[in-house]
Design a protein around this ligand. Structure first.
Ligand code: ADP
Ligand code: MG
Length: 238
């Protein structure tokens, strides 16, 4: 079953085309890696899927579980089961970690979510989510909050999501956990060994998806740094 379907999405900011006819689908329960050089629009795409403020496609449709969600706000998309790990859980400053991890419709025990991100629950559950936590601890807790929700779709943008804090083995454990709980994952990464743990992968270039296949195939194409069908307009190949 297709969970997320992006159909012919275009997006511009200050008159500049970032995405130009991007089409991608993610199956329910699959871990789908998204590869692309810096500036190709991966984080923009994540924000468009999540429905962050100001991220409206110029054209194209976003379907989630068969429903057109273009006009849904971020909290409405969250309610449908889309969840993204943010760089900073600043919105919840002042909550205890325990409460932060049991907000909303948390399906997972906070203890197991913390263990999955490499934090000892007894040392963290009663701490406050504030500046007394290191940046790395905050990112891990943020990732734990996504795990605790057991979303239908988890968006993990590597530099922002806290997975960069984890070892490859830990990330693979997190992905296996999400997969076995039925979550699909959009995994934005530049590390081959992490992409290798995905079920499928896609490469973004020139504002669109240029290749989808097994992670090995797509990573090999990505590494060769040759665009397959880039129109050159927004290609930032280095
Ligand atoms: P990636 O995550 O793949 O590195 P981004 O999605 O962050 O890429 O950015 C894609 C392109 O869009 C970059 O060239 C970036 O400079 C540009 N961009 C992103 N957000 C904005 C913005 N708010 N204003 C202007 N340009 C932006
Ligand atoms: Mg990015």
């Amino acid at each position: 079953m297709t969970l997320l379907e992006l159909c012919d999405i275009s997006y511009s900011v200050t008159g500049r085309k970032i995405l130009a006819g991007l089409t991608l689908s993610i199956e329910a329960g699959e871990v789908h890696a998204l590869l692309g050089t810096n500036g190709t629009g991966k984080s923009t795409l994540a924000s468009l899927i999540m429905g962050c403020h100001g991220y409206l496609p110029v054209s194209g449709e976003i379907f989630f579980a068969g429903t057109l969600i273009n006009d849904l706000k971020i909290h409405e998309r969250a309610r449908l089961g889309i969840s993204m790990a943010w760089q900073e859980p600043a919105r919840f400053e002042g909550l205890r970690v325990r409460d932060y991890l049991t907000l909303g419709t948390a399906a997972e025990e906070p203890e197991s979510a913390l263990r999955l991100v490499g934090l000892e629950p007894s040392r963290y559950l009663d701490r406050m989510v504030d500046r007394s936590l290191s940046g790395g601890e905050r990112k891990r807790i943020e990732l734990a909050s996504v795990l605790a929700l057991r979303p239908k779709l988890a968006i993990l943008d590597e530099p922002d999501s806290g997975i960069d804090m984890l070892s490859t083995d830990d990330i693979i454990r997190v992905l296996d956990h999400l997969r076995s709980g039925g979550s699909a994952v959009l995994l934005i990464t530049h590390r081959d060994e992490i992409a290798a743990a995905a079920d499928r992968a896609s490469q973004i270039c020139g504002g669109r998806i240029v290749c989808t296949g097994s992670p090995g195939e797509v990573a090999a194409g990505f590494k060769s740094r040759k665009c397959i069908s880039c129109d050159g307009e927004v290609c930032s190949d280095e």
